[in-house]
Design a protein around this ligand. Sequence first.
Ligand code: NI
Length: 193
Amino acid sequence: MRGVTRVGLGTKWPRMAILPIVCIPDPILRETSTPVETFDAELKTLIADMFETMYAAPGIGLAAVQVGVPKRLLVIDLQEEEDAEGKPVKDPRVFINPEVLEESDSFVPYKEGCLSIPDQYADVMRPDRIKARWQDAEGDWHEGEIEGLLAVCLQHEIDHLNGVLFIDHLSRLKREMLLKKLAKGRKDGTITM
Ligand code: NI
């Protein structure tokens, strides 16, 4: 979606690192993240590191709590477009202290996965359009109507800030099946996180 904050990568923020991603059942994933209050160089370093971590995973969204920092901050890059050589075009977006202001009455299913729940996917129903507001890395507020995959991803990541995981939206039976598959994968070594 246009009009959403874009963050320049690489040039402004030279020090970048891939951070370890926290996976279930780490209890930090159930914490409610606290608001970001200081918009300083340290925050920009964290944002840059989160993008590096997300691209390396690879994923399309990452909340700060997933790298062990329970602050209300998340990054998204859907990378939906490709350049002439077929490589995904980077489209990084950062959302700080995001809030959903309105939700559509209509819901759509989307097959979601999560870097904190390795290799597991399931259909989740969410409102297909939301109105949200958020701050950028400078602390400036933005508001916009968001739809499609960006709306799905933003809602998934905002859930993380409230200690909610996509598996919480599934029926108990589906959730237990998914967790069993994860446990089996970890046991037989096909899932190493
Ligand atoms: Ni997730």
